[in-house]
Write a protein that binds this ligand. Structure first.
Ligand code: FAD
Length: 454
């Protein structure tokens, strides 16, 4: 009769998660922990995160623990803490009176320090983190080589059919699109003609790479290499932070690009000339970091990343009936707050929490529930998810664009005034770091009850 150990498997909600990036993997683990029936469909042949750094704030880590302790354990197994409780912001551009023109003078004027204390970031190598997380998938949950194309809803059976590019299909009660910045689910959900279905170019590129800590210390000294440091200046800024348990230093250097991005992919090879054009006139410390990146280029690996986001055309909703989007699929952001993946983890927690409530509700509906009632319950859950996540995540996308201007002395409210810049950055960072997670979870319950009654 489908009832095992008091658990009615006939009524177990089936959730199809599309996309096995950080958010899809975390969401799937959180849903599994709540006893939902989960399938994860990934287009690639295996999990392959890129070899770059990613940092998570303490509140993102709390969300990981609440989603599933295995996620936080995976992050802790590979993450790196800042040595200092402060993030430093230095003038990477100008010379002060006592600084020389000498290339060996790696000093930079300290502009301000942001106190992160216990609330700031832990950083990790993306691939290491995903590799640790996926160890926790039971057999049969993940299907690779499944590039999602479209979905349809079968009124008779009251379920979704997902179609993949290899011609195969799958059925599910709920579809969660975690398929990243170019999300196909977003296009199907919002309509292919809708500009909100596509991200747009933020007129910025990032040169990024990981270098060995030994080289980084030799170039920058111990303190700068082992701690998060932002080198600010006009029209560009550069960030370094330690990853891989202080064995590597992550570098991300931003530069403006006013011409449209014409490459098909979001990553393209970069040249030394491009780097020199932007940072050639900056202080020796910044040029030394760029030298490390160009050292990578010698091995043929220096890339530039187009910064795309959903700033221009935010999604008017993150859900429709039994389908929703999360992570970059819903709100791709430029990376200036270092919180894109973290906010996707927050999404995953809200989603897993409310879908668990939906599953409980479906269980108690018993014979009186009926098929349509089940889908109405799922819809109420996804509307509740949308209600608690959209405003915060779309603020993040806007604020990330704005704070980039503060770093580059282009925010008219702050200019080059260090005190004003620090206040601006602190206000935004605190909104991200001191997020009321319990409040969100209470809110999603309230919203679910409201939509269920509607
Ligand atoms: P993705 O990582 O893009 O994963 C999407 C997955 O879906 C992929 O595995 C893909 O193969 C799969 N997929 C796509 N289409 C399909 C399809 N049709 N069918 C099946 N599968 C599909 N965030 C932070 O929190 N901290 C940071 O420090 C940070 N630094 C950043 C630095 C830079 C330079 C950039 C660009 C971003 C940074 N971010 C950071 C943001 C972060 O990288 C993203 O928010 C995060 O990786 C998004 O994860 P995701 O799982 O939503 O999407």
């Amino acid at each position: 009769n489908g009832v095992a150990n008091g658990f009615d498997q006939q009524k177990q909600l089936r959730v199809a998660v599309v996309g096995g990036g950080i958010v899809g993997v975390a969401a799937a683990l959180g849903l599994l922990r709540r006893n939902l029936s989960v399938k994860l469909y990934e287009q690639a042949d295996n999990f392959r995160e890129i070899g770059a750094g990613v940092a998570f704030t303490t509140n993102a880590q709390t969300c990981m623990a609440l989603l599933s302790p295995s996620i936080l354990a995976a992050m802790k197994a590979v993450s790196t803490k800042n040595e200092s409780p402060f993030y430093t912001y230095v003038d990477g551009y100008r010379r002060s009176g006592d600084q020389t023109d000498d290339d060996s003078d790696l000093s930079e004027t300290l502009l301000y320090r942001l106190h992160a204390g216990t609330t700031g970031f832990d950083a990790c190598h993306r691939a290491h983190f995903v590799d640790e997380m996926v160890k926790h998938f039971p057999k049969g949950v993940v299907e690779f080589g499944k590039r999602f194309d479209t979905y349809t809803f079968d009124e008779e059976r009251q379920e979704y059919t997902l179609r993949f590019e290899d011609g195969s299909t799958a059925t599910s009660d709920v579809v969660v699109g975690c398929d990243g910045i170019k999300s196909r689910i977003r296009q199907v959900l919002l309509g292919e003609d809708n500009p909100a279905s596509y991200p747009s170019f933020a007129n910025q590129v990032a040169f990024r790479g990981l270098v060995s800590m030994d080289l980084a210390v030799a170039a920058l000294g111990h303190d700068k290499a082992h701690n998060q440091c932002m080198h600010v200046g006009p029209n560009a800024h550069l960030l370094n932070f330690p990853v891989a348990r202080h064995t590597m230093m992550n570098i991300v250097a931003f530069a403006p690009q006013h011409e449209p991005w014409t490459h098909e992919k979001l990553v393209a090879p970069a040249t030394a000339d491009e780097v020199h054009q932007v940072y050639g006139g900056w202080r020796p410390a910044v040029r030394a970091i760029m030298g490390l990146l160009l050292g990578i280029e010698k091995d043929g690996r220096l890339d530039k990343w187009a910064i795309f986001d959903t700033f221009e055309h935010p999604a008017p909703t993150y859900c429709k009936e039994g389908v929703c989007i999360a992570g970059d699929a819903a709100h791709a952001t430029s990376p200036h707050h270092g919180a894109g993946a973290g906010s996707g983890i927050e999404d995953a927690l809200a989603l897993a929490t409310v879908l668990e409530l939906a599953q409980k509700e479906i269980m108690v509906q018993g014979g009186g529930g009926g098929k349509n009632k089940k889908m109405a319950t799922v819809e109420a859950a996804l509307r509740a998810y949308d209600a608690v996540r959209r405003e915060r995540t779309q603020w993040l996308v806007r604020s990330s664009r704005e704070v980039s201007k503060t770093y580059e002395w282009a925010n008219p409210d702050c200019g080059t005034d260090p005190e004003k810049c620090l206040k601006d950055i602190e206000r935004r960072a605190h909104k991200i770091w001191h997020f009321d997670i319990d409040g969100m979870l209470e809110d999603v319950k309230t919203q679910f009850a409201r939509f269920l009654g509607a």
